[in-house]
Write a protein that binds this ligand. Structure first.
Ligand SMILES: C[S@@+](CC[C@H](N)C(=O)[O-])C[C@H]1O[C@@H](n2cnc3c(N)ncnc32)[C@H](O)[C@@H]1O
Length: 456
């Protein structure tokens, strides 16, 4: 087979017009149909570039100069936010970000040949400071304990104290905890030698309550100067819960399985759509409070719930969707794999005075086939899976159970369109995809789709 000859060479300079922006927010310039991917440039911009890497079918280049800027360019964004993956879309105007996300969904639907309408992305009023959770690595740099972010594709820590998209109250807590760790001489973890103590600081904050939880992820069960340190962290504003999470393994997984409550309560409280929720350290909770309310409301409206409906909330986390709809329907059955999240969900149902919810701990792809066998009645199915989407076993079981309506909430449009294709081929109809911007300034796209059973 003839070897493909790239039309550019490494270290060659060139000029061109950026034609596209990839899902990962890389600009694209085509040289004789050969794509060059270039960071920090926008469609329509005329640029000078330097080729940095040449593969058989595509290459990479670095921008040398933007000769004609896009009208959508936001000037003055600090490079760290673009380069460390915190806010890769920050230099694109917000209306253009919303269009970019809508276009991602349109492009992916075209690939699976589904002619659905994609509505304009529902935007956020607050585009910075929206995240209610932070997990920051702790390392020693030049002899000083630092908190920050890994440089992209590495574990080199870049010290940082303003994370731009995290709630400023969370940034303040991380900085204060960092200073206390320095003051008490608690060593940072050293990944290379698997030595030291503090690996990560995790902070969660309930937006409606201002309650914060601090989780110190430690290689050791007990911390040096633990009593004094915890007392000092407990005195910080908003802190109602402090947990030491024990993670002794050589791993990239942040949280270990064992944890110890060392101050206050084992959860924080927040409110969504008029309901209260307790959230513990290990449970999933949506990171953008205000957009979550819009996301859930979109999903609930799409479900057109009736008082006699039996509703299933699959991938239910701490029960937020099921609890938000329980008063409108007969029964809600929740399925969730993380036991701590199910414990939160049960407590949350009680907290809201609800008695018509049932809880199953397990994998949705194992629970749903048993329900299909038992011919469990199901009118409306909400699914809100992680990025990998639904498994083929889960989809096959759903097609046996045949709920009249499925509302799919997705954080990954690539797996969403794959699953929609299967559900449409299996007898469902969908008309519209509604993207909701849960993660402003980033390239992540969240969507809601309602499917109605058309074949008996
Ligand atoms: C995107 S979150 C959604 C949670 C919840 N619906 C919400 O809005 O907060 C996905 C949830 O699915 C759970 N999960 C992951 N894999 C699962 C599986 N195979 N079966 C059931 N739940 C699973 C995760 O623990 C997480 O709580």
């Amino acid at each position: 087979m003839a070897k493909i000859q790239a039309p550019v060479r490494k270290n060659e300079k060139g000029s061109g017009t950026v034609t596209d922006l990839t899902y990962e927010a890389m600009g694209v310039i085509k040289v004789d149909d050969y794509p060059l991917f270039i960071a920090n440039v926008l469609p329509g911009e005329e640029i000078d570039y330097l080729v940095t890497k040449v593969n058989a079918h595509y290459g990479f280049a670095r921008v040398l100069a933007v000769k004609k800027a896009s009208p959508d360019r936001v000037e003055g964004v600090e490079r760290v936010y673009l380069q460390a993956g915190i806010a890769p879309l920050a230099q694109l105007s917000y209306p253009a970000q919303l269009k970019f996300k809508q276009q991602q969904v349109i492009n992916l639907l075209a690939k699976v040949k589904l002619p659905l309408t994609v509505a304009p992305t529902i935007g956020a009023d607050q585009q910075t400071g929206y995240r209610n959770k932070a997990q920051v690595p702790v390392r020693t740099i030049k002899g000083v304990l630092e908190t920050g972010i890994y440089r992209q594709k590495s574990h080199d820590l870049l010290p940082l104290s303003n994370f731009l998209i995290q709630a400023p109250q969370i940034d303040a807590t991380i900085k204060a905890v960092r200073d206390l760790l320095r003051e008490f001489g608690v060593p940072a973890y050293n990944e290379q030698y698997h030595s030291g103590v503090i690996r990560h600081i995790m902070v969660r904050r309930g937006q409606a309550t201002g309650q914060q939880m601090v989780v110190l992820v430690s290689k050791q069960r007990h911390l040096p100067h633990e009593i004094e340190l915890i007392e000092a962290i407990a005195a910080l504003p908003e802190v109602v819960s402090i947990i030491i999470n024990y993670n002794p393994k050589t791993t990239n997984v942040i949280l270990g399985a064992q944890e110890r409550l060392v101050h206050g309560q084992p959860y924080i409280e927040d409110e969504l759509l008029g309901h209260k929720f307790h959230i513990s350290a290990q449970s999933f909770y949506q990171v953008n409070h205000d957009q979550t309310e819009k996301l859930y409301q979109t999903a609930i409206d799409a479900a057109d719930l009736q008082p006699d409906d039996v509703v299933v909330d699959a991938y239910s986390g701490i029960g937020t969707i099921g609890i938000s709809v329980a008063e409108k329907v007969k029964t809600v059955k929740e399925i969730e794999v993380v036991p701590e999240a199910v414990a939160d969900a049960k407590a949350n149902a009680q907290l809201n005075g609800l008695t018509n919810l049932e809880f199953t701990v397990g994998k949705a792809e194992e629970v749903m086939p048993t329900w299909a066998e038992q011919q469990v009645k199901m009118d409306v199915l909400f699914v809100d899976p992680p990025r990998k989407g639904l498994s083929p076993e889960f989809v096959a079981a759903v097609l046996q159970v045949k709920p009249a309506k499925i509302v799919y909430i997705s954080c990954n449009p690539a797996t969403l369109v794959r699953d929609l294709r299967l559900l449409v081929d299996g007898g469902y109809e969908a008309k519209t995809v509604q993207p909701v911007d849960m993660f402003p300034l980033t390239n992540h796209v969240e969507s809601v789709v309602a499917l109605t059973r058309v074949e008996k």
